[in-house]
Design a protein around this ligand. Structure first.
Ligand SMILES: [Mg+2]
Ligand SMILES: [Zn+2]
Length: 241
């Protein structure tokens, strides 16, 4: 049986947020104030749709956006971690669940030649239209009150694990690697043998550290990381068990 590795993308695989990084393509590398202020909580995908429309209207083209995205730095130790997983692929299934979009993630993984490390990428579908503008859609609809309208990562994870089970694939452990507040919901799905790996100093760690007061207990173990190299150590420990 394999281990399932679940990665968030922004601030986990890459060391920044792809949606805010793209703003450097805008004139003077910033958005107009009205656009910046138009974000409504829970409606990030709609907001990014307006950002992409603005960039398109200002003549920012696909190549320029691709150049910006593929210059994003990977998080420390992440290149080592992804190479480690690639070399031990018989022991790991590996997926991404991200609130970024399919175009950005594709560009970044392909440019760094990490595309084959991941079995599946779950994210908001995006595409360039015939007018050269990037458009993005919600990943799905769901009824989780905790998550943004377009994506509940827990629903995605539960569906993936159920589907795999129907194909006869089950996992010894699920390891969830993430940084953000929207990584908390999927972590509540983890069981005793699983591992939540929040990035040290980021929102998910803070939420998990307030757990005793929280109503919903986290059953899995929690292991912090700052570098992908620390994640390698923990995976080595898990596969030796
Ligand atoms: Mg993140
Ligand atoms: Zn949720």
């Amino acid at each position: 049986m394999k281990i399932l590795l679940v990665f968030d993308f922004d601030n986990t695989v890459i060391d920044d947020n792809s949606d805010t990084w793209i703003v450097q393509c805008a004139p003077e590398k910033q958005l107009p104030v009205e656009l910046k202020n138009s974000y409504q909580k829970g409606y990030w995908t709609e907001f990014m749709g307006r950002v992409f429309k603005y960039l398109g209207d200002r003549g920012v083209r696909e190549e320029e956006m691709k150049r910006a995205m593929t210059s994003m730095p990977f998080t420390p130790g992440m290149v080592e971690l992804l190479n480690f997983i690639r070399n031990k692929k018989e022991k790991f299934d590996c997926i991404i669940i991200s609130d970024s979009n399919s175009v950005f993630i594709d560009w970044i993984l392909k440019a760094a030649n990490f595309h084959s490390v991941f079995d599946k990428v779950f994210t908001n579908p995006a595409a360039f239209g015939s007018n050269g503008h990037l458009t993005v859609e919600n990943y799905h609809t769901h009824s989780c009150s905790r998550c943004p309208k377009n994506l509940c990562k827990k629903v995605v994870l539960v569906d993936f694990v159920d589907n795999q089970l129907q194909q006869g694939v089950s996992y010894t452990h699920i390891v969830y690697i993430g940084d953000g507040a929207n990584d908390f919901c999927p972590v509540t799905f983890l069981k005793k043998n699983d591992v939540a790996m929040p990035r040290k100093g980021y929102a998910l760690q803070k939420i998990l550290s307030q757990m005793p007061q929280n109503l919903e207990p986290v059953e899995s173990s929690v292991v912090l990381w700052s570098s992908g190299v620390e994640i390698i150590s923990h995976l080595q420990f898990l596969i030796k068990e």
